[in-house]
Design a protein around this ligand. Structure first.
Ligand code: FES
Length: 195
């Protein structure tokens, strides 16, 4: 049998130590834990891959749909002149962005767009004026500017009666009053209806 002499390693020290029962169990447990961790890692990696592919597939599908804005028809019927009482009617503000204004002798339609930078003003019945929330422009009940940075009155939309007597509005045809340019189309045919 080898002995430890002169600082040399003996045979007993270099011989493999047979695993004890406790050591084998610990090794098996650590192997099992490592297996679970690997499984979780694989799941995460696959989830990332499928997520990436899924997003790309959705982006691919998006190409088949037109990038168009669906806006309401600019030509629409608002009813008979007698359906409106004197003053400002807001029924078509949300759907068509216009106010219908009825006066004792005429009816016209204001396009609800501030002539400063294009915000939609609000009608303030208590103050009898339109007020733009963006930079404070004010317009009287006919849409004519009198305060704030707006350079001119709000535009008016084309109006005409159809064969049944209903009012048809075309908000793509606007009548402008611009004192700076010396033009005023508010009294042109189509800018209002006699009632
Ligand atoms: S957009 Fe209306 S005041 Fe500026």
């Amino acid at each position: 049998m080898a002995d430890q002499t002169d600082g040399k390693v003996t045979q007993a020290e270099t011989a493999p130590v047979p695993p004890s029962a406790g050591g084998a169990k610990a090794a098996a447990e650590s192997k099992e834990a490592a297996g679970k961790i690997n499984k979780s890692r694989r799941r995460i990696v696959w989830a990332c891959i499928w997520g990436y592919l899924g997003v790309n597939f959705l982006m691919f599908l998006r190409f088949f749909f037109p990038r168009a804005l669906y806006e309401p028809n600019t030509i629409f019927t608002i009813g008979f002149p007698s359906d409106f009482s004197l003053g400002i009617d807001q029924r078509f503000l949300m759907t068509n962005r216009v106010w219908v204004v009825k006066e004792p002798d005429r009816l016209f339609v204001i396009f609800a767009r501030c002539t400063h930078l294009g915000c939609t003003p609000e009608w303030k019945p208590s103050e009898n004026k339109f007020k733009c929330p963006c930079h404070g422009s004010g317009y009287d009940s006919e849409g004519v500017n009198f305060e704030g940075p707006a350079p001119r009155p709000m535009d008016r939309a084309f109006v005409q009666l159809d064969p049944t007597g209903k009012v048809v509005v075309d908000s793509s045809r606007l009548y402008v009053d611009d004192p700076r340019a010396g033009v005023n189309h508010f009294n042109d045919p189509g800018a209002f209806l006699n009632v």
